[in-house]
Design a protein around this ligand. Sequence first.
Ligand code: ARG
Length: 456
Amino acid sequence: MTEQGRTWGGRFASGMDNLTEDYTAGADRDLWPFDIAGSIVHATMLGRQGIIPVDAANQIVAGLEDVRGAFERGEIAWKPELEDIHTHIEVALRERIGAAAGMLHTARSRNDQVALMNRMLVRGLCDDARSALGNLIGVLCDLAERHASDPMPGYTHLQRAQPVTLGHHLLAYGEMLWRDRERFADCRRRLNVLPLGSGALAASPYPLDREFVSGELGFDGVTRNSLDAVSDRDFIAEFLAACSLTQVHFSRLAEEIIVWSTAEFGFLRLPDGFATGSSMMPQKKNADVAELARGRTGRLLGELIGILTTLKGLPLSYNRDLQEDKLAVKNAADVVLPTVAIFAAMLPALEFNLPRMREAAGGGFSLATDVADYLVLKGMPFREAHGVVGGLVQEAEARNCELADLPIDVYRAASALFEEDVLAVSVDSALAARDIPGGPAPQRVLQASRELRALL
Ligand code: ARG
């Protein structure tokens, strides 16, 4: 194509090197629906405001609808010399309606155009993420309710600490994902202002009706500063941050699934549909879904650091560096959305070994704190009770038994406050006692699950 044929060819005497064409091509070819939608409203507004003739506006709108059909049918070929999707659309329009197409770009620059397209893209992805997370939180609530009274060991430092329930444990992830969902909502709320009208950087001298365009395109208002509007990619960083934290949460859950599925833990069996085998070792069943969710987290964090690094040194306003933003968004969405979907399918299919989890919940002196609490309820200061029970743990360790297996005389020797009923301290009594909001008592888990559902 001659430089005169480009949208900006006028001041160029010689052609662009092919290497440059390839090097500068945008990663935006899927984004035509947003650009066309924006262009249709922009042209309509130009006509309504008398900035271009209404006839021309109508021709442009009809032409753009035709172009949209052509994209839908896959008829528009990608031409590297056309640089990005904006130019492809304008050229396709010119092929259909001729000279009137030249009026579409009145009072508009690709800089505010791409800012618009990006905001629409990220807005839609925030909505997708929110609805997928809402669905998954529902799945976690279902599971939490089913396992509200199934004990498992709670851990700190990956050492058995105190009993909790599987329902309580799963709901911890429900809470994390609920916060993630809020972050996507928050990102959407802040990004949802119209940048169009900012021009290349200094807005435009035409009497634009930005409020009309904003309303038609589903924005809550218009940007207040044209320089900021064309250079702002905070919403991309916020979206990537929300994606990153979401994926980090999946990575933590993935790690637990991997660990729980080992023979050492034996807390769950991976369903065949979500596991893979080894090409060499016939006995293997691997948690590859969880491992890939964990592994892809690294890539995603890279995208967040990438955009922050890109923005870090950029002077106002638009710089071509910003073109890379769309790749980051796409890469992030391609990791997070399928991860949410596969976890929603995989979690209900996990086969928990509930007897083994219950047994583990009571092992490893996990009821020591409850025995100390027994003394506290009888008036002993907690610190003293902690020391007494520490001594009992030492004794049980020496005898190679659990606290509940120590004879009552040993308890009595440690403190006169002990009576027979100390031997009734159990996993179930420990759980039932934690009957406060936020606690793992079965009815509290059910209540927390109901409250979480209500937030959705
Ligand atoms: N393709 C560019 C991007 O995605 C938009 C147009 C850039 N503007 C320019 N003057 N080169 O960021």
